[in-house]
Design a binder for this molecule. Sequence first.
Ligand SMILES: C[S@@+](CC[C@H](N)C(=O)[O-])C[C@H]1O[C@@H](n2cnc3c(N)ncnc32)[C@H](O)[C@@H]1O
Length: 290
Amino acid sequence: MLIAGNATTTTIQPGAKLSPRLFAEVRDFAYRTAGIELQEGKQEMVAARLWKRSRVLGYESAEAYFDAARRDRGGDLELDILDALTTNFTSFFREPAHFEFLRKKILPTLRNRREFTIWSAASSSGEEPYSIAVTLVEELGDAAYRQAHVRASDISTKVLRNAEAGIYPEERFRNLRDDWKSRYLLRGKGEQVGYYRFRPEIRRMMHFVRINLMEPLPGDGPFPLIFLRNIMIYFDRPTQERVVAAMTVKLEPGGYLFMGHSESLNGIQHSLEHVQVAIYKKAGRLEERA
Ligand SMILES: C[S@@+](CC[C@H](N)C(=O)[O-])C[C@H]1O[C@@H](n2cnc3c(N)ncnc32)[C@H](O)[C@@H]1O
């Protein structure tokens, strides 16, 4: 349960720094719980975010909020502070070369399968997994609604709730063609003017689940393709190595791992083949029917 008091005064103001002790404790918490490495330079960002959440929830100080969250293992407050500490920036068709690769190099092999699932493993608010779903429909036609699924997972329940709703303000789609919008989106009316929602047939392809990549992964899979984009930058090298090893187990033979364009597996131990920028492949051959 969220615990809210009445006091609104805080000991940390925006722009101020956390005490070195508190920052060290927050860093330790973020690392242990989410694998996230908060660099020294993030002090102000962390201070501002904790300050903001402590005010919203009515804690007397950022310290009080942090202490309560730290004690709330697995509870809403712990999730709340993880939301505050993670960076959820994303966009539709971010890094378009990956969607081209999916269309041209992967889907020709998967199109004859009865069913398959692609996993977006740090999906944030849903832009990435919906971009995957739309690419599947663009390439496979209506058959995609029956055969293709997208699993969207993230550590943050807040972004997953947004993703599941599938509602986005119009400006999120500003670079996308109008015919694309009318095929895949419903325009909001009344109070929803200015918003679009993905059509139900697209939403039915999606499955949302909270997965913390620091914890043992669910027993399902393997998957022909996993998107693990723009999350590795927050992890230190040993954590990256552990996450990539766990993802490799979750890939089918010949399956692909996509990372963010500014990320790579250079310098970490892994068994994947480098295919092109930010695209890695597990040994073997993807089966046309699996
Ligand atoms: C910058 S977003 C990347 C979104 C998307 N993949 C993209 O490239 O646009 C990073 C996401 O990783 C999530 N994240 C951070 N630590 C995580 C963890 N330990 N397990 C799962 N997700 C995590 C954050 O909540 C955030 O939504």
